[in-house]
Design a protein around this ligand. Structure first.
Ligand SMILES: C[S@@+](CC[C@H](N)C(=O)[O-])C[C@H]1O[C@@H](n2cnc3c(N)ncnc32)[C@H](O)[C@@H]1O
Length: 490
C-alpha cells in the first residue's frame, strides 16, 4: 500500500483513503453472487454491512434476492435496497450486548457480502476505538478493520449462512491474524479461496493484495476447497473465474497445521514442499534471534567506522546475498548506554558477537549473508551457527526453495521477523549435497559477490537442492516462476 497520504477521490467525490472506499469490480461481484446462489439456491435475503454504492449486491438484486445494506456514509442506492446508515461494528456490538449468556446472534440473512473497509480510515477508527474494540474482539485481537468485519460477520451468521468476501489477504499468513484463522476454521466451512491479481484495485489508486473467500457458517458444510493462486494480471484472474480454472483440495491441504505452525492458509503448494514441513524447523536446530534496537539509530550508529563507533552492526542485507558489508558501526559503549537509556534494548545478549547468518527483514525477496564473528545486529533475524553448518545453511537460505517457502507459505506480507525464519523447514540433505552447497556459498562469500553476480551461485544451489530432494519438473517450474515474478505474485 502506498505510504503518501494523497487524496484519492472516487467518481462520487469521496476521499477513498478517508473512508476506505474501493469499489468491487463488476466481474468479481457477479462471480461471488453466482457462487452464493449456487451454494444455496433457496437463499432469499442478503446483507452487505459496508454497502457503499451497492457494487457487491446488484447481481443478487437482479436475481430477486432481497437486500439490506449498512454503511457509515449514505450513497445513492436503488430504492429496493433497505439501507441503514450505521457503523456495522457498533451494530454488531449492540447485538452482542443483547445476546444474553452469549447465545449466538444468528441474524436471519442467508447471504452476507462484503468488501470491508481498509486504508487510512481504519487506522483512525481503530486508534479512536481501541478499548471498545479490544473488548469486543477479545478472541481475534484488533489489527485491521477488515479482519474485524470478517469476525463480526461470522458471529452474526446463522448456521448455513454464506459469507462472500473480497478483502485484503494478509490474514492468510500473518502471525497477528492466527486467531482469526482459527476462528474461521473452527466455525466455518471454507468453500473458495482465490487470490486476486495485484492490479485489481490499481486503477482506483490501491496497490493491494486481496483475495476472494467464500465461507459457510458451520464446519459440517465443509467439502473440498476451490483454490487459485495469484495471477500476473487482472485479465488472467478474470479468466480463472469465468473458466473455473481452480484446483479442488481438501481443507488439510490448504492449511499448515504442524505444532510450529499457525494454521496459515496456503495455496497451490506442491506436496513435495508441503511435506518438508514435517522436517525439523530452523529454530529447532539453531538459535534464531534478534539483537539490538537502538531507539535512535542516528545517535548510536555511524555509517562509517570512526573513533567511538567501531563495532560492525548488521541490520538488513537488503538485496545482498552471501556477502554484505556492515550496515553501520555501533557506539563502542553500547552496553552502558543500554543501562541508562530505556528504549535502547539489547535482546539475547549472550549471543552477541557470535558468528552465523544475518537475514533480510524488509523487501519482497528474502536473502541471507554471512555474519562475521565480533559483530552485532539489529531486529532482523540472525542465526547463530558453528562453522560446520554456516555455509550449507547460507546456501539453502538463498535458494529459490526458501524464497518460495518464505514468501508463498510463511508470510506473504513484507516484514520477515525471526519468528518466521525460525519456522523454515530444514530438509534432510545428503552429505554430498551439504558439501557442494557449502563450497558454493563460501566461494560466493569470499568473492564478495554483488547481488547480480549472486544469481549464478543461487542457480547452482537450486540445481543441487532439486536433485537431492528429487523434486519433479513441475515443482521446479512452479518455484522458478514464483521467484521470477515475485513482486506480482506474492
Ligand atoms: C471497500 S468499500 C466497499 C464499497 C462497496 N460495498 C463495494 O463493494 O464496492 C468499504 C465501505 O465501507 C464503508 N465503511 C467504512 N467503515 C464502516 C463501518 N464502520 N461500518 C459500515 N460501513 C463502513 C465505507 O463507507 C465504504 O463504503
Amino acid at each position: 500500500m502506498g505510504r503518501h497520504l494523497k487524496k484519492i477521490e472516487t467518481k462520487a467525490g469521496i476521499d477513498r483513503r478517508e473512508t476506505g472506499y474501493y469499489s468491487t469490480p463488476d466481474f468479481v461481484a457477479e462471480f461471488i453472487a453466482q457462487v452464493l446462489i449456487k451454494l444455496n439456491p433457496q437463499g432469499r435475503t442478503a446483507l452487505d454491512p459496508c454497502i457503499g454504492q451497492g457494487e457487491m449486491v446488484i447481481p443478487l438484486l437482479n436475481q430477486g434476492i432481497s437486500v439490506e445494506g449498512m454503511d457509515i456514509l449514505p450513497f445513492d442506492l436503488p430504492a429496493v435496497i433497505n439501507f441503514t446508515q450505521t457503523d456495522f461494528l457498533q451494530y454488531y456490538q449492540q447485538k452482542k450486548l443483547l445476546s444474553i449468556f452469549n447465545t449466538p446472534i444468528d441474524l436471519d440473512y442467508d447471504f452476507y457480502l462484503a468488501n470491508p473497509p481498509y486504508n487510512c480510515h481504519e487506522l483512525t477508527y481503530i486508534r479512536d476505538n481501541k478499548t471498545r474494540l479490544s473488548r469486543l474482539f477479545w478472541d481475534i485481537g484488533v489489527h485491521n478493520m477488515y479482519a474485524l468485519f470478517i469476525a463480526a460477520l461470522i458471529d452474526c451468521a446463522k448456521p448455513g449462512a454464506l459469507i462472500g468476501l473480497i478483502t485484503l489477504d494478509s490474514f492468510l499468513t500473518a502471525k497477528a491474524h492466527q486467531n482469526l484463522r482459527h476462528k474461521i476454521l473452527k466455525t466455518c466451512a471454507v468453500h473458495y479461496l482465490l487470490l486476486c491479481s495485484n492490479d485489481l484495485f490499481l486503477d482506483q489508486g490501491a496497490d493491494v493484495r486481496t483475495c476472494i473467500m467464500i465461507l459457510q457458517k458451520g464446519t459440517d458444510y465443509q467439502g473440498t476447497v476451490k483454490v487459485a493462486n495469484r495471477t500476473l494480471n487482472q485479465r488472467d484472474f478474470q479468466r480463472i473465474l469465468i473458466q473455473k480454472q481452480w484446483t479442488e483440495l481438501p481443507l488439510e491441504k490448504i492449511t499448515l497445521a504442524g505444532e510450529a505452525d499457525n494454521s496459515e492458509f496456503i495455496i497451490d503448494i506442491p506436496d513435495e514442499i508441503q511435506n518438508l514441513f514435517e522436517s525439523p524447523r530452523l529454530g529447532n536446530l539453531f538459535s534464531c534471534v534478534t539483537g539490538i534496537s537502538t531507539g535512535s539509530d542516528r545517535t548510536y550508529l555511524s555509517k562509517d567506522p570512526r573513533p567511538g563507533f567501531t563495532i560492525p552492526f548488521y541490520k538488513n542485507p537488503g538485496s545482498c546475498r552471501f556477502f554484505t558489508k556492515p550496515n553501520a558501526y555501533l557506539v563502542d559503549d553500547f552496553l552502558s548506554v543500554a543501562e541508562t537509556i530505556p528504549n535502547f534494548t539489547i535482546r539475547n545478549k549472550s549471543l552477541l558477537y557470535q558468528p552465523g547468518i544475518t537475514c533480510s527483514s524488509m523487501g519482497v525477496t528474502f536473502s541471507a549473508c554471512y555474519l562475521p564473528p565480533n559483530s552485532t545486529y539489529g531486529v532482523n533475524a540472525n542465526i547463530i551457527t558453528s562453522d560446520s553448518d554456516t555455509w550449507w545453511l547460507l546456501a539453502y537460505l538463498n535458494s529459490h526453495l526458501v524464497t518460495f517457502i518464505v514468501r508463498s507459505l510463511l508470510n506473504r506480507s513484507n516484514m520477515i521477523t525471526s519468528g518466521y525464519v525460525a519456522r523454515i523447514p530444514i530438509p534432510k540433505f545428503s552429505r554430498i549435497a551439504l558439501t557442494q552447497m557449502s563450497v558454493i556459498a563460501r566461494e560466493a562469500y569470499l568473492n564478495q559477490v554483488s547481488p547480480k553476480a549472486a544469481r549464478q551461485y543461487v542457480e547452482q544451489i537450486n540445481q543441487i537442492i532439486w536433485k537431492d530432494l528429487n523434486f519433479t519438473e513441475e515443482t521446479r517450474v512452479k518455484i522458478q516462476n514464483f521467484c521470477k515474478n515475485l513482486i506480482r505474485v506474492t
